[in-house]
Design a protein around this ligand. Structure first.
Ligand SMILES: Nc1nc2c(ncn2[C@@H]2O[C@H](COP(=O)(O)OP(=O)(O)O)[C@@H](O)[C@H]2O)c(=O)[nH]1
Ligand SMILES: [Mg+2]
Length: 457
């Protein structure tokens, strides 16, 4: 792939829209635009980021009325000269501008090639380049926030800081190796071990945030479970803020599971309304019951619903036993009615589970329940909402390799091996971290990463 020729692509989504953008990058980008654009100011004379109004005209034929901007190197997305032509959306109009640009000497960009040039130009590192796709692909607010922070360089900063700490240790050790007979300060093995352990701990902490990243990206499955008639379907509707599921006073109305996705505090939560668990002779209801058992197995979180106007009975306890192994929240519903079961009772009967009092019918207590759901979803997943989150499996694998190399380094020191071996282990760890930001990444890996991008980015 030539990295120096002008490239062009349509940067807006395929389909009909108000505006379609053709983006050009490379040393001759402005020249190409100049050959096609007719307006009050010529692209070659434009100030960087100035918006020019005019027309794209090829061989006397007017192709589109456009707004054109020039971003001059190195202050552009790719660090090269970039031209963006904003024309009318719709596949034919944009396509014609792109064709004209290509006839003037640009070639079609490969997927991710603009971002690849930004990486090769040194404006962003590899982790930031990957985060660009993560920003574009984010399906939830939380994963967008995390991806955005990585794109801004927060993950890279942490990796770079860890690398420079490691590099310092390598330098110290190598110095003692090179000048072992001379007056070089001796590196105390116990102190070295402690410093390595501290670095390793941070790498592990970062790696552990991957689980949180996964949940932020993919969300969780929360099954609404309880005996018949406690208000499971009503709760589902309340959380969806619509009447999705049929609610009746007849027990056993919901005979099969219903699943819907909701956004709860920026997390994608798949809510599953299940058929009530109870002994039954009804064949359809009992098939629903089996399905319920599977839903419980597959759920990340259980919303165990109780009827607050009734005493907790054997049926509730049996639901409790069926859901014991999964993280759960006890939802005491119907709290608009005279209260019989309350939070204290629920917490005593179902220890370890958080409890909340709500009324699905009158729709109160829901905000508190949502906060509990979000907390429970992210509980024990490492990291925090303020900290940076590792979103990519590739990064986690590199972190784990870096950590494993440090574990071996410590072992070598303990076993009294020569510092030569220790230095090798530390270098292995450095390389693994370097792969995250693209310091030590092979061409093959780069090709793979950028091929996942969309065209025009
Ligand atoms: N008073 C009161 N009644 C409710 C509440 N939630 C549900 N119900 C009623 O309880 C009955 C059963 O509700 P439903 O959602 O179908 O329960 P499910 O069998 O657990 O799905 C219906 O008559 C609902 O109107 C609530 O918060 N307060
Ligand atoms: Mg129901």
């Amino acid at each position: 792939m030539d990295t120096n020729d002008p490239i062009a692509a349509i940067s807006t989504p395929v389909g009909t829209g108000g505006i379609g953008i053709v983006r050009l990058s490379g040393p001759r980008a402005v020249e190409i635009a100049d050959a096609l654009f007719v307006g009050s100011v010529r692209p070659v004379q434009a100030l960087s980021r100035q918006l020019l109004y005019g027309k794209v005209i090829e061989d006397g034929e007017e192709i589109d009325e456009v707004l054109l901007s020039v971003m001059r190197a190195p202050h552009s997305y790719t660090t090269e000269d970039v031209v963006e032509i904003n024309g009318h959306g719709g596949m034919v109009a944009v396509r014609r501008v792109l064709d004209a640009v290509c006839r003037k000497g640009a070639r079609l960009a490969e997927p991710g090639e603009f971002t690849r040039r930004a990486f090769l130009g040194g404006r962003i590192d590899l982790a930031q380049a990957e985060a660009v796709t993560d920003v574009i692909r984010a399906q939830t607010e939380r994963s967008l926030r995390s991806a955005y922070r990585s794109m801004r360089g927060e993950l890279s900063e942490q990796i770079t800081a860890l690398r420079s700490r490691l590099l310092e240790e390598v330098a110290r050790i190598e110095l003692t190796l090179d000048f072992s007979d001379e007056e070089v300060p001796f590196v105390d093995p116990e102190e070295l071990k402690d410093r390595i352990a501290a670095i390793r701990e941070e790498i592990e902490r970062l790696s552990a945030t991957f689980q949180r990243g996964k949940i932020e990206r993919e969300g969780i499955r929360a099954a609404i479970v309880g005996k018949p008639n406690v208000g499971k379907s009503s709760l589902m509707n309340a959380l969806l803020a619509e009447e999705r599921v049929i609610v009746t006073p007849v027990a056993g109305t919901t005979r099969d599971s219903v699943e819907e996705r909701v956004d709860i505090e920026g997390l994608a939560v798949s809510l599953i309304d299940t058929a009530g668990i109870r002994e039954t002779a009804d064949i359809i209801e009992s098939a629903g019951k089996q399905r319920t058992e599977t839903e419980i197995e597959d759920a990340d979180l259980i919303l165990l619903v109780l009827d607050g106007s009734m005493k907790v009975d054997e049926e509730d306890r049996s639901v409790g036993r069926a859901t014991e192994r999964i993280k759960r929240i006890v939802v005491i519903n119907k709290c608009d009615l005279p209260r019989v079961a309350d939070r204290a009772v629920a917490e005593a009967i179902f220890p370890g589970a958080g409890a909340v009092e709500i009324s699905a019918k009158e729709r109160w207590g829901l905000a508190q329940l949502e906060a509990l759901i979000a907390d429970a979803a992210l509980d024990g997943t490492g990291g925090s909402s303020e900290g940076i989150v590792v979103q990519r499996l590739r990064h986690k694998i590199c972190l784990d390799r870096a950590s494993a190399a440090l574990r071996i380094a410590r072992k070598s020191i303990t076993e009294g091996l020569s510092y030569e071996y220790v230095a090798l282990d530390l270098r292995e760890s450095l390389d693994a971290l370097g792969e995250i930001v693209g310091e030590t990444t092979t061409e093959e890996i780069l090709n793979h990463i950028f091929s996942e991008f969309c065209i025009g980015k």
